[in-house]
Write a protein that binds this ligand. Structure first.
Ligand code: TRP
Length: 343
């Protein structure tokens, strides 16, 4: 098994990021053991497809690396790196651009959403973003790619590109002993990546860009701050119901129960079986303690690592060297299959 996944580097990481992609990556690394390898990277090349600030990109890349390590990605077991240090990603993207079709890219919902009515004004990189994403995984012969629901379509496209490339340039001969250039990867979409909402408004996602810091639990928050934020979280005056149906019209209550369940790795039903009938005066302190227990040690390591750019640079350099080693043979086969002469 070879697991490959990427995440866009952003700053101001919070509980939503942890319970979304990051915790899932750690679980895959831990479950895989010696049965395979995980390559996890920061998609800094993807980040330049939208307007961006260079200093923020650099800081965000290091911050995301610090967060991943603090959350449990072990850079000795997993290969942790950023795309920019592995030029084979950009090289393979170009080679695959000969195979990807305009029509395929035009159908991508992320392109349609991000471009809106102003397609002519978008960068070429935003349009060809999914081709780079295909290169990211095909370069390593990935077998499994953990992604959120919104990235499933991009993974399908990566398979289509791999299939067409294999057909066009490495057709298996009659005895079928010619290996295809690329492995077709399977997407792994976690059953239900918890949707974590703002602590001030249960109808909005928890977000790094919300004006109110009280709306989110940052990965850098200490125990006192976490407790304060949970106690001040918006709620309603009713006690918790004993069934999830009773949360239907209560977005803030639903959010807190969802967070509790996600942290305790249990279901909302199980949380309500314990807390149904209780008021928030009782529930909130338990939720706060649960958060402090999980996030406290993460915050301590995160804050320490974030300030230690030498260590982070060394981790990323080592990961990139290991990634390059694995990328080189596949890239060479792709050049060769296309008839490109490299001396
Ligand atoms: N586009 C993905 C996202 O925004 C990040 C990403 C880039 C990725 N390359 C990838 C995910 C390759 C999986 C595999 O979430």
């Amino acid at each position: 098994m070879r697991v490959v996944s990427g995440i866009q580097p952003t700053g101001n990481l919070h509980l939503g990021n942890y319970l979304g992609a990051i915790r899932n990556w750690v679980a895959m690394q831990d479950d895989l053991g010696d049965d395979g390898e995980c390559l996890y990277f920061l998609a800094d090349l993807h980040a330049i497809s939208m307007p961006h600030d260079p200093a923020e990109l650099r800081a965000g890349t290091l911050e995301m690396a610090a967060a991943l390590v603090a959350c449990g990605i072990d850079p000795d077991r997993s290969i942790l790196f950023n795309q920019a240090q592995v030029p084979q990603h950009a090289e393979l993207q170009w080679l695959l651009s000969g195979t990807a079709r305009m029509g395929w890219l035009n159908r991508m919902t992320q392109w349609k959403d991000k471009a809106g009515k102003n397609r002519e004004g978008q960068s070429v990189a935003l349009f060809s973003y999914p081709v780079l994403q295909a290169a990211d995984v095909l370069l390593y012969q990935a077998t499994h790619v953990p992604v959120g629901d919104d990235q499933k379509q991009h993974l399908e496209l990566a398979r289509d590109i791999a299939q067409k490339f294999n057909n066009d340039f490495a057709p298996s001969n009659e005895v079928g002993d010619e290996a295809p250039v690329f492995t077709l990867p399977d997407a792994i979409v976690p059953p239900e990546a918890a949707r974590i909402m703002s602590l001030r408004d249960g109808s909005r996602k928890m977000s790094k860009s919300d004006d109110s810091d009280m709306s989110r639990i940052n990965l850098s928050d200490d125990a006192d701050t976490i407790m304060k934020k949970v106690k001040k979280a918006k709620t309603d005056p009713e006690p918790l119901p004993s069934e999830t149906d009773g949360l239907a019209e209560r977005p803030e209550a639903l959010n807190l129960v969802t967070i509790y369940a996600a942290l305790a790795q249990t279901s909302a039903e199980a949380v309500l079986a314990d807390f149904g009938g209780e008021g928030f005066g009782k529930f909130k302190p338990s939720l706060g303690e649960m958060m402090v227990e999980t996030l406290g040690p993460i915050a301590a390591r995160f804050n320490e690592l974030k300030a230690d750019t030498d260590t982070l640079d060394a981790i990323l350099a080592k990961g990139a060297a290991r990634a390059r080693e694995r990328a080189v043979p596949t890239l060479a086969r792709a050049y060769e299959a296309l008839g490109l002469v490299r001396g």
